[in-house]
Design a binder for this molecule. Structure first.
Ligand code: GLA
Length: 391
């Protein structure tokens, strides 16, 4: 898929050309799970799957129109009308678009009514941040549409506010930041307490394995973990008043605090996982690769301490570990279904992609999907006002 397809779909939906086409990537998280909302560090990367938003100022009639065509199935085309200047949530996919328009307006951008056509090859509902990709692509497209110079971090932050405050999903900043600020051949090191970011060279291939487990439980389990972490932090803060956030606690502090179950396990995961991110970044900078055992340790911690895994994710990690050339594997994203990743040499990852799906299907009766990817670009304006005017 590319920006031409977004323009073509725009032409089918609205007639004529869009003023601007912008895109943003899906993401996987290499290490640092459930740390963003605990003030910790994370290391995601943008993947080679993107969402494109083609927009045009609407002059003829009031109200804005959004239309979506998802790559997987042309039948998924859905079209909605909304007022970009008075964003209201309606429980449809274009809430992400209206939410971003509202967030940008709150940042002082004067947005017109617009038409927007969206195409995407980010798998939906698989935990690869299709919603962040849509929000960030929209954010970049609308900013470009009015010639605003709002920077990429502010566009990512507006996308995050749309997700948390408008759509109402209580996620951390990782997904929108990775979708916006990912870069080819780099992982994105984010300190989520200050929103500082740094690019870390990362050129290896990553295998993504979608377990095809529906994500029905994900939302409620996620909210429950957030509440548990808040409570663990409140209790730890009673003992260590200068602690700025849960991720800053050392594993020793957590153990010494003897928190009630299951807060003890949740807090220990957060404290140890934060150190794993530091170790992974250090190894990456020195050797160019992430040691596989850090990924396995992260998975074990998510399984045993954070209760975020599933038999299907565990199956993948266990079986991937036995394949020659695979160095490490873990669930990625929230967990409770969705995707896992493996790293290793390209041949090993290819073997895993060939051998594991049939065995997985035989074991669970579910058809998994796999993608080999490299770190890719975050958001960009593919067709801008100036290129249209000059071309
Ligand atoms: C989801 C959320 C992210 C992050 C991860 C877990 O993907 O959207 O903000 O909390 O779970 O690391």
């Amino acid at each position: 898929m590319n920006s031409n397809e977004a323009s073509d779909y725009f032409a089918v939906a609205f007639g004529g050309k869009p003023d601007v086409v912008a895109s943003a990537a899906g993401r996987v998280n290499l290490i640092g799970e459930h740390l963003d909302y605990n003030g910790g560090q994370v290391l995601p990367m943008a993947i080679e799957r993107r969402t494109w938003a083609a927009v045009r100022r609407r002059q003829s009639s009031p109200g804005s129109t959004a239309t979506l065509s998802v790559a997987a199935s042309a039948n998924e085309r859905e079209r909605g009308e909304f007022d970009a200047t008075r964003p209201a949530r309606v429980g449809q996919w274009w809430d992400y678009v209206t939410g971003v328009a509202g967030a940008l307006a709150a940042d002082g951008l004067q947005l017109p009514q617009f038409e927007i056509a969206v195409v995407s090859d980010v798998p939906q509902g698989a935990g690869l941040s299709s919603s962040a990709a849509l929000e960030v692509a929209t954010s970049s497209a609308l900013a470009a549409l009015i010639g605003s110079s709002i920077d990429v971090k502010a566009r990512a932050a507006a996308a995050w506010r749309a997700e948390t405050q408008f759509v109402g999903v209580p996620c951390g900043i990782m997904d929108q930041f990775a979708s916006a600020m990912g870069a080819p051949e780099h992982a994105l090191h984010i300190w989520c307490d200050t929103a500082r970011t740094e690019q870390v060279p990362f050129t290896e291939a990553v295998l993504i394995f979608d377990t095809a487990v529906p994500r029905s439980l994900r939302g409620s389990a996620f909210e429950q973990r957030r509440a548990e972490c808040e409570e663990a932090f409140r209790l730890l803060r009673g003992l260590y008043p200068s602690l700025p956030n849960l991720a800053a606690a050392t594993p020793e502090q957590v153990i010494a605090a003897r928190l009630p179950a299951p807060l003890d396990r949740r807090a220990l995961h957060v404290a140890e996982e934060n150190r794993r991110v530091e170790r992974a970044v250090e190894a990456l900078r020195v050797t160019g690769v992430i040691p596989g055992e850090i990924l396995f340790q992260s998975h074990e911690s998510l399984r045993l301490l954070y209760d975020a895994s599933t038999p299907e994710l565990d199956w993948f990690v266990e079986h991937a570990a036995n394949i020659d050339g695979v160095r490490g594997a873990r669930l990625t994203g929230a967990g409770w279904g969705g995707c896992a990743i493996a790293i290793g040499d390209p041949e090993g990852l290819k073997r895993a992609a060939e051998q594991l799906p049939p065995a997985y299907e035989a074991a669970f009766g579910l058809v998994p999907r796999t993608w080999l990817t490299h770190a890719a670009a975050g958001t960009r304006v593919d067709v801008g006002l100036s290129s249209r005017n000059s071309g």
